[in-house]
Design a protein around this ligand. Structure first.
Ligand code: ZN
Ligand code: ZN
Length: 365
């Protein structure tokens, strides 16, 4: 079997032959069917997020349970599953409070190993780390059972894969984290895989106006097909004034930043109305800093918050998102611009960084 491996930062992934040890207690082996190519994988490849190497990246995926270790009761061989990239121990203060994204129950081992601190994938005898403990750019993986969520079997694979990262993150930011009121006005900064799903979350929640902002006109055209009512190219002049002009002079009720760099953070905070909320959704490089105006925060009672993974509860929310797609309330087909074989994976990153695609997905046999 093969996996795409990062041996050195800033070098292309190498698709190599690997061996896989069987699942231990509490673990499952999954045969991969589809895995999305995400900006977060790129952060690992270019060293923005330092990680032990060698590493198999990939964290947005779906597959079939092939074998289960002792004590696994949540899934069985033949089940279709979507991977979650966060553990959920079910016991810690955050899991108990329904916030598994913040789970602290599995912090005793590095985040690239199984829970016992060892590795199952090997290349010529050397253990391969798995991004977020799952590492889905591999034909098969062994992962903790709590990191897969069973779904209905009529869900197509590439669409199922996307639910595990960009759909959960974007839709969840609106429906789970911000919980916007119907009739709200919304700004979405950045119209890639996550941004388009923020737009879809706003549509699902009954937003009155959804303003999409991006540097590229092709992304803005795509945003309209996902439900944006207005678009602004942020390379133009007076972007904040344009947003205020579209919202009765006050600014939007909610701004969602899918890019999360210094400039977009400033835009999000400046674009919200008094009493409005700016939500940071995209995951920035570790060392990024942003500035804001405390004056505007005080006199405008502005709120800034962050959401990781759309604040979802994977085992509850993934099946809901799957149903939304099957009931034609989420457009996931339109997100899949291209598919690749595992061997073509580096082309997938090139296309993503060139802004050519909403999402590229590696499809396995
Ligand atoms: Zn991702
Ligand atoms: Zn926990």
């Amino acid at each position: 079997m093969k996996a795409a491996v990062l041996f050195k930062v800033n070098e292309p992934l190498q698709v190599v032959d690997v061996e896989l040890d069987p699942p231990k207690a509490g673990e499952v082996r999954v045969k991969m069917k589809a895995a999305g190519v995400c900006q977060s994988d790129w952060h690992m490849i270019n060293g923005d997020w330092p990680s032990p190497l060698p590493l198999v990246p990939g964290h947005e995926a779906a597959g079939i349970i092939d074998a289960v270790g002792d004590g696994v009761t949540t899934v069985k061989p033949g089940d279709h599953v979507i991977f979650s990239f966060r553990p959920q121990c079910g016991q810690c203060r955050y899991c108990s409070a329904g916030r598994p994204v913040l789970c602290i129950g599995r912090n005793n081992t590095p985040g690239t190993t199984l829970f016992d601190g060892t590795l199952r994938l090997k290349h010529k005898g050397t253990g391969l780390n798995q991004m977020a403990r799952i590492g889905t750019f591999s034909e098969q993986v062994v992962v903790p059972a709590e990191m897969v969520v069973p779904i209905r079997k009529d869900m197509p694979w590439p669409q199922a894969a996307l639910v595990g990262c960009c759909v959960a993150t974007g839709v969840g930011a609106v429906t789970r984290h911000a919980k916007i009121e119907a009739g709200s006005t919304v700004l979405v900064i950045g119209c890639g895989g996550v941004g388009l799903n923020i737009i879809q979350g706003a549509v699902l929640s009954g937003a009155r106006k959804i303003i999409a902002a991006d540097l590229r006109d092709n992304k803005l055209e795509m945003a309209r097909t996902f439900g944006a009512t207005d678009t602004i190219n942020t390379t133009g002049e007076k972007v904040v004034e344009q947003i205020k002009a579209l919202t009765g002079g006050l600014g939007v009720d909610y701004a969602f930043d899918a890019v999360s760099i210094d400039k977009t953070q400033a835009l999000a905070i400046d674009a919200i109305c008094p009493g409005g909320r700016a939500v940071t959704v995209g995951v920035p490089p570790l060392t990024m800093r942003a500035t804001y105006s405390p004056f505007a925060m005080v006199f405008g009672e502005k709120v800034v918050s962050g959401t990781f993974y759309g604040s979802v509860r994977p085992s509850v929310d993934f099946p809901v998102l799957v149903d939304h797609y099957m009931n034609k309330r989420l457009n996931l087909d339109g997100l899949i611009s291209r598919t690749y074989t595992l061997e073509q994976i580096n082309d997938g990153f090139k296309a993503m960084m060139g802004g050519e695609v909403a999402r590229g997905v590696v499809v396995f046999d």
